[in-house]
Write a protein that binds this ligand. Sequence first.
Ligand SMILES: Cc1ncc(COP(=O)(O)O)c(C=O)c1O
Length: 393
Amino acid sequence: MNIPSPLNPPRRLLLGPGPCDAHPRVLRAMAAPLLGHLDPQFLEIMNDVQTMLHAVYQTHNPVTFPVSATGMAGMETCFVNLVEPGDRVVICVAGFFGQRMVEIAERAGAQVTVLERPWGEVFDFQPIRETLQKVRPKLLAIVQAETSTGAWQPLEGLGTLCHEFDTLLLVDAVTSLGCVPVTVDDWQIDAIYSCSQKGLGCPPGLSPVSFSPRAVEVFSKRKTKVQSWYFDVNLVEHYWDSERFYHHTGPISMIYALHEGLRLVLEEGLQARWARHRRNHEALKAGLKALGLTYTANEKYQLPQLNAVRIPAGVDDLAVRKRLLGEFGIEIGGGLGEFKGKAWRIGLMGHNSRPDVVLLFLAALEQCLASQGIKVQPGAGVTAANRVYLSGA
Ligand SMILES: Cc1ncc(COP(=O)(O)O)c(C=O)c1O
């Protein structure tokens, strides 16, 4: 056979829904020499990762660790451990990832009640209260940052509401952790999962999860075995708790990556990081508006890190994305599900939430839109964004 040439991937600016670009320090950490997954030095690194995850998730939950796979594995881990066949579960669906939860919960044998909102909207607590009262579920699941619509679901108070009905609260924080507040203990979240490749600025491959003592009690008293061996927290937990008992070979280089990604988050500080995401979002939004684009989510609920905008009438979705990638090396996301062909998703996550990125993207997009017949005052997007930066907002 002809051996393929060595890898030489082109340089891209990853401004889609994720992965985003890993921070250079994260990539350097990944090149460090491998250790054995039970090496005392590696166990120290695992301790550090857990301590830093506690800080970033703002929790004291002892059962907090990264699942060795992407965000979907975090979703599966939460459902397969907390749900036993026949359990009643309520899932809030206002986009693609809410729908995914339904699929996963059904596979775990749950009796699912779906609470729906139109795509791009968020849930008020009153209909949730009414549904909890009627269904009395074991678990309610909701997506904090719906990546398919760019909508930001408020969570404060939802944990208390769920606990009134003896219901566990499960939250998808895949597109939120490291970008906007995620306050596990204060918000009384019982189970949560995220990913490495977005707000934490690492490559894809890990899904940090955390379980409240209430959730741990539920899965430690299960009547049936968890149908997945790999994701059974009662087993995998012994690799991450003080026993450090072999369960599977830890993904060493990814743990190095997460270690550095979390260090970067804490060095910057959570508040400062959230403020940075907000500032760059405001600048991007001003620029997109000046280019004639509107958001799919209501102004009040727009995610800073995932800007979903309507594709203007007459503009060829694929042609624009192809040109952005081919000429400028910039990747953005197309629409998912109901929004396929109708929306673009522009991610400013983690390391990529920066003024230089915003200004470059707006300049490139203006050219692409001009080639599609959308004419604006030259430099309108960049000018509007700069106005936000120069105003100190
Ligand atoms: C909100 C949400 N949940 C779950 C997932 C699944 O994560 P992954 O693709 O890392 O498996 C994604 C992926 O983007 C997501 O945006």
